[in-house]
Ligand binder design. Structure first.
Ligand code: SF4
Length: 639
C-alpha cells in the first residue's frame, strides 16, 4: 500500500460502531447495499475513491459516479469505492472522535486511495469539496501534496469553468469520463512504478486529451480585473484543452446500487441520449454536451430489463436533456409498454417538449398522475421566448396543459425563469397571467382539484453559452420581480416556489469566476460555509466577508456586462462550440432571431469539424449532426 493511514478499516469500523446510533440516518454511513463491489484491497494496483460532495441521500443517484464506478470496477487491476459528505451531526462526531472520511465499501480512509475523483456538477458544492479533503486529511491545496497523497481529480459540468477551484484540484476532466478514467489510471500506474516526483505525474497527465492541469498555467490580469493572458508553464501543453466525448455511448450501467435507506431518487435511471440540439441560449448543459448521441431502443429496453432483474426496482427513469427529441421516442415508448406494461413498473420520462404528443407519451407509459405533469416554458412573452430561443406559443402551452388535465392529471408543474437578458416587468407579469389562465382552464376540466406548482428560478449567465457576456440581475431587480409574482399568484391552488436571492448570487459569482476566487472559497469554507446548495445552510454574510477580505468585489463577477473581446477564465478550454458561434447566437438573441433545432439545419457551431473523426467512425443516425463525407485528415483543427 502506497499510503499510510492513521486508522485501519477495522479501527474506523470500531469507532463508527460507537457513534452511529447518535446521528440521524446512520444508514448513510454504513454501506453494505445491494450490488456494491468489494474487491480484496491488496489484489489490485490502484484504488479509486469516487466522491459526491453532498449527502448520501442525494449523491447515491448521481449518474457520473455510477458510470465511473462501473468502468473502474470492470478493471481487474483497480477498484472503485464511494464516499459522500457527512451531514453536520456526523461531521461533528467524526471530528470529535478523530474518524477520517472513509469509503463505504471497505471503510478505508480516503487518504489511502491513490486517486480521489470528486464530481462537481454544480458550483454550490465547492465548499463541500474542500470539507471532504479536510475530513480525509488530504492537504487542501495541490501545491502542498506530495508523492504519498492521492491524486485529486474532478469532473462534472461545473468543471467547464474550473478556475475558482484551481488551487485545490490536481487535474480536471473536461467532458465525458468513460474513456479518460482508464487513461488516467494507466498513466498513474506507470508513474507509481517509478520514483519520479508528483510534478512529473501532473505534466504527464496534462498530455491526456481532455485533462486540464491548472497548476501548469499562470493567469495575469489587466488593471480593471479582467484577464490579460494565460501562460503555459509546461512547453508541451496545447491549448485550448478540448473536452473529451465518446463517439458511441458505451452500454449503460445496470447493476445499480440499491440504498438501504430512503433517498431522494429511489429508482434506477437509463440514459437514452446525450446532448441537445434545441439551442436554448441560457442552457449550459445544452451547449457543453453537444453533439447528440443516442442509444438504440433495443439497448435501452434490454438495459431496463437487466436493471430490474439486478435491483428489484419497479420504478425507473429515462434520462436525457430533451426526451421528446430522442429519434425513436414513439418506438421506445411502445417497446417499453409492451415489455413492462403488465408488470406494475413505473417509468418516468422527464424533459418532454410542451406539446400534446408528450401527454400521450406519458399516458401510454402509465405515468403516475399523482406526481404532476411537468411543463417548462421558462418565459411567458413572445419577445422573451425569442431572446432565449425557446419559442413555444401560449396556445401550445395551454393546449398541452388542458390535454394533461383531460388525461387525468390534476397538478401541473410549471417552470419559469426570471432575470433573462433584457427582461422587463411586463415579461414577468405575463408569467402570472399565463399561470392564472392555465389554472382557469384546469378548473373547467378538473374542477377544484386542478392545482399548479409554479417554480420560479432566477437566470444565472453561464460560461460557454451565448449569454456568457451578459450581466445577472441585481438583488433589487430580482426582489421586485419576485414580489410581482407573489402578489399576482395568490390563488390557494397555486403553490409558488422561487430561488432565494442569496443562492442565485453565489451561483453567479462562482460560475463565471476566475482563479482569484479560490481564496474566497477557501476563506468562506474556513469561516463555516458548507452545504451551500442547501438553502437553510447558505450564509450570505460569510461569503461577503470572504470577498472583502481578499479585496474582491462580488459585483465584478455578477452584475457586469462583458466586452465582446474579453478573455474569459474558461477560454483556455473548449467544449467544441466556437466562441464566434456563441457570440453570433448572442447577437441573434438581441435581434430576436430564432434558430430551429440544429438537427433540421446545422448551424455550424463547431462540433462537427472538431469531432469529425468520431463522426466518421459512428455513421448513421446515432449522432444528431450530419455525416462527414470528406476523407479523414491526420489532424483536425481545433476551434
Ligand atoms: S455541428 Fe451542427 S448539427 Fe451538430 S451540434 Fe453543431 S449546429 Fe448542431
Amino acid at each position: 500500500m502506497l499510503f499510510e493511514s492513521k486508522l485501519t478499516p477495522p479501527e474506523i469500523e470500531g469507532r463508527l460502531e460507537r457513534v452511529l446510533l447518535t446521528v440521524q440516518k446512520p444508514g448513510r454511513y454504513v454501506g453494505g447495499e445491494l450490488n456494491i463491489t468489494i474487491k480484496e484491497w491488496d489484489s489490485v494496483k490502484t484504488h479509486v475513491a469516487l466522491v459526491f460532495p453532498d449527502i448520501y441521500d442525494l449523491g447515491i443517484s448521481n449518474m457520473g459516479i455510477k458510470i465511473l464506478y462501473d468502468q473502474v470496477n470492470q478493471r481487474t487491476d483497480s477498484l472503485a469505492e464511494r464516499g459522500y459528505s457527512p451531514w453536520l451531526d456526523m461531521e461533528a462526531v467524526m471530528r470529535e472522535k478523530d474518524i477520517p472520511l472513509y469509503s463505504l465499501e471497505s471503510k478505508h480512509a480516503l487518504a489511502n486511495f491513490e486517486i480521489l475523483g470528486i464530481t462537481l456538477p454544480y458550483e454550490t458544492l465547492y465548499t463541500n469539496a474542500l470539507n471532504i479533503l479536510d475530513l480525509a486529511g488530504i492537504p487542501l491545496r495541490t501545491k502542498d501534496r506530495g508523492r504519498d497523497h492521492p491524486l485529486v481529480i474532478a469532473g462534472g459540468h461545473a468543471c467547464f469553468n474550473p478556475e475558482p477551484m484551481h488551487a485545490f484540484i490536481d487535474a480536471f476532466v473536461i467532458g465525458e469520463g468513460e474513456e479518460i478514467i482508464h487513461e488516467i489510471i494507466d498513466l498513474y500506474q506507470s508513474w507509481k512504478d517509478k520514483t519520479t516526483p508528483r510534478n512529473v505525474l501532473l505534466e504527464s497527465l496534462s498530455q491526456i486529451p481532455g485533462l486540464y492541469v491548472p497548476s501548469l498555467f499562470e493567469h495575469s490580469y489587466h488593471e480593471d480585473g479582467t484577464i490579460a493572458k494565460f501562460t503555459s508553464l509546461a512547453k508541451t501543453t496545447q491549448t485550448p484543452i478540448l473536452k473529451r466525448i465518446v463517439g458511441k455511448l458505451p452500454p449503460p450501467p445496470t447493476n445499480f446500487i440499491v440504498p438501504n435507506i430512503e433517498v431522494v431518487h429511489d429508482r434506477f435511471t437509463v440514459e437514452i441520449m446525450r446532448g441537445c440540439t434545441r439551442g436554448c441560449r441560457f442552457c449550459h448543459a445544452g451547449m457543453i454536451s453537444r453533439p447528440i448521441r443516442e442509444r438504440s431502443v433495443e439497448e435501452i429496453v434490454n438495459a431496463a430489463e437487466e436493471a430490474i432483474r439486478a435491483t428489484g426496482y419497479q420504478q425507473f427513469s429515462l434520462m436525457s436533456l430533451s426526451s421528446s427529441d430522442y429519434t425513436h421516442i414513439l418506438e421506445l415508448v411502445t417497446a417499453l409498454n409492451s415489455r413492462f406494461g403488465d408488470d406494475h413498473v413505473t417509468i418516468s420520462l422527464p424533459s418532454l417538449r410542451i406539446d400534446t404528443v408528450s401527454v400521450d407519451l406519458m399516458d401510454r407509459l402509465g405515468s403516475r398522475k399523482g406526481t404532476g405533469f411537468t411543463l417548462a416554458p421558462e418565459a411567458a412573452t413572445e419577445r422573451m421566448r425569442r431572446i432565449i430561443n425557446k419559442f413555444i406559443p401560449d396556445e401550445q402551452i395551454i393546449e398541452t396543459a388542458k390535454a394533461a388535465f383531460e388525461h387525468g392529471w390534476t397538478t401541473i408543474k410549471l417552470y419559469f425563469m426570471i432575470g433573462h437578458p433584457s427582461e422587463n416587468l411586463e415579461d414577468v407579469k405575463a408569467i402570472a397571467k399565463l399561470c392564472n389562465r392555465i389554472l382557469t382552464e384546469g378548473r373547467q376540466i378538473a374542477g377544484g382539484r386542478a392545482k399548479l406548482n409554479v417554480s420560479i428560478g432566477t437566470f444565472v449567465p453561464k460560461p460557454m453559452t451565448p449569454f456568457q457576456w451578459v450581466a445577472c440581475d441585481t438583488p433589487e431587480m430580482i426582489e421586485s420581480k419576485q414580489d410581482i409574482l407573489r402578489h399576482k399568484l395568490r390563488d390557494r391552488n397555486i403553490k409558488l416556489t422561487w430561488t432565494a436571492i442569496e443562492d442565485t448570487l453565489l451561483e453567479a459569482w462562482l460560475t463565471r469566476g476566475d482563479r482569484r476566487l479560490s481564496e474566497v472559497i477557501h476563506t468562506a469554507w474556513k469561516n463555516g460555509a458548507k452545504f451551500d446548495a442547501w438553502q437553510e445552510q447558505h450564509r450570505y454574510s460569510i461569503w461577503m466577508d470572504a470577498f472583502s477580505s481578499h479585496g474582491l468585489d462580488p459585483d465584478f463577477y455578477t452584475h457586469r456586462e462583458r466586452e465582446v473581446d474579453e478573455i474569459f477564465p474558461w477560454d483556455n478550454l473548449s467544449a467544441g462550440v466556437r466562441k464566434t458561434y456563441l457570440f453570433q447566437e448572442f447577437k441573434n438573441s438581441i435581434e430576436g432571431v430564432i434558430r430551429i433545432d440544429c438537427r433540421e439545419q446545422c448551424f455550424a457551431c463547431g462540433i462537427l469539424p472538431t469531432f469529425a473523426d468520431l463522426r466518421r467512425d459512428n455513421p448513421g443516425d446515432v449522432w444528431g449532426c450530419p455525416e462527414v463525407k470528406s476523407p479523414r485528415r491526420n489532424k483536425e483543427k481545433l476551434p
